[in-house]
Design a binder for this molecule. Structure first.
Ligand SMILES: [Zn+2]
Length: 338
């Protein structure tokens, strides 16, 4: 996984094993998959279980090799790869493969375009960075896409856009770019020789250094946009048995296998609660609103809080319960009220 591109069929098979493990499927029988797999693969803080997708992990590992090829060109393995397949191209600008190249080089070439989206040139002396074609203004794409004139000189380096005093050439910038981009450029210090050569920075970390974890996150966001649903740190930070955390996670998503849920899935079953026979058995009904559950809660919840307690939706209710400290302990020696 770290040194070769894993075929999609194998990644799919690994994911199938992951899924079977999470939901308890066996050769003999399939259990209900209560939450979509893409949600399970979201980070915990975004409502998932933080399970890694193999093909994205694979891409992140390959990006690490690209990063090292650029930053450690004197290592023996880098020298071998670059001299054999680099074809005198600057790997920062391109990574092209031929059908007869090694599997590793072909894999690197495949992931190179995605890698490019996550790097930004850090300006030193500005001589090796192309003003229009390289990405060097933080949080922006290449300036080529923002040019306000039809004709531009694509051989211009960042260093070339300085006036005689060594400051940014404001006139040139204003004539060629919109005001907001001019201000973004002006916010950067003008390149000088003292700053050394231009380098490549990673956008996924504050230090601009590459990490596999940040590469995974960046690639994962492209593949599946993040679902932002409140701060799940509360849920996973709760000090208690893991199986209860997992139960709460299912409850927050309202995916406990209740009658309402099962009837939605087309299983021939009544959605009604079998205990009270009055309402549909939803997650919130079974945990809070069923008459039998309510009887327990009113013994525990402070009286001045009861109205709020029963007005929350399922997600709010669970998060609120995790953080509240003033629920009273049962007063009947562990026996539930009759
Ligand atoms: Zn009920």
């Amino acid at each position: 996984m770290q040194y070769a591109s894993i075929p999609k069929s194998i990644c799919d098979e690994i994911e199938k094993i992951q899924r079977n493990f999470v939901w308890g499927d066996t050769e003999q029988g399939r259990k209900a998959h209560l939450i979509g797999w893409d949600m399970c693969c979201q980070q915990k803080i975004h409502g998932g279980l933080g399970i890694k997708k193999p093909h994205i992990m694979n891409e992140a590992f390959l990006m690490k090799i690209l990063w090292n090829l650029i930053h450690k060109p004197d290592d023996l393995w880098c020298k071998v790869l670059l001299s054999k397949y680099g074809r005198n191209n600057d790997i920062v600008s391109s990574c092209i493969s031929q059908p007869y190249d090694s599997q590793l080089w072909k894999a690197l070439s495949k992931v190179w375009h995605s890698f490019q989206r996550h790097v930004v040139r850090q300006i030193g002396n500005g001589r090796n960075t192309n003003f229009w074609l390289d990405k060097w203004v933080p949080n922006n794409v290449e300036l080529l896409h923002s040019a306000s004139r039809d004709h531009i000189d694509t051989t211009l380096s960042v260093r070339d856009v300085l006036n005689q005093d060594g400051d940014w050439d404001v006139r040139f910038l204003s004539e060629n770019l919109s005001n907001d981009i001019v201000s973004q450029v002006m916010a950067l210090s003008a390149p000088t020789d003292v700053d050394g050569p231009d380098t490549l920075g990673w956008i996924g970390t504050n230090t601009h250094q590459f990490t596999v974890r940040s590469a995974y996150t960046l690639q994962h966001v492209i593949a599946m946009p993040l679902v932002v649903e409140g701060d799940r740190k509360i849920l996973w930070g709760w000090k208690g048995p893991h199986r209860i955390q997992t139960f709460m996670w299912l409850a927050v998503h309202e995916r406990i296998l209740t009658n309402a849920r099962r009837s939605k899935w087309g299983v021939r079953i009544s959605p009604t609660c079998a205990s009270c026979m009055r309402e549909d058995e939803t997650t919130l009904h079974v945990l809070r609103d069923c008459v039998h559950a309510t009887r327990v809660w009113i013994q525990l919840v402070p009286s001045n809080y009861i109205t709020n307690f029963f007005s929350f939706n399922c997600r709010e209710w669970i998060f609120d319960n995790i953080t509240r400290r003033d629920l009273e302990l049962p007063r009947m020696d562990g026996k539930l009220p009759s």
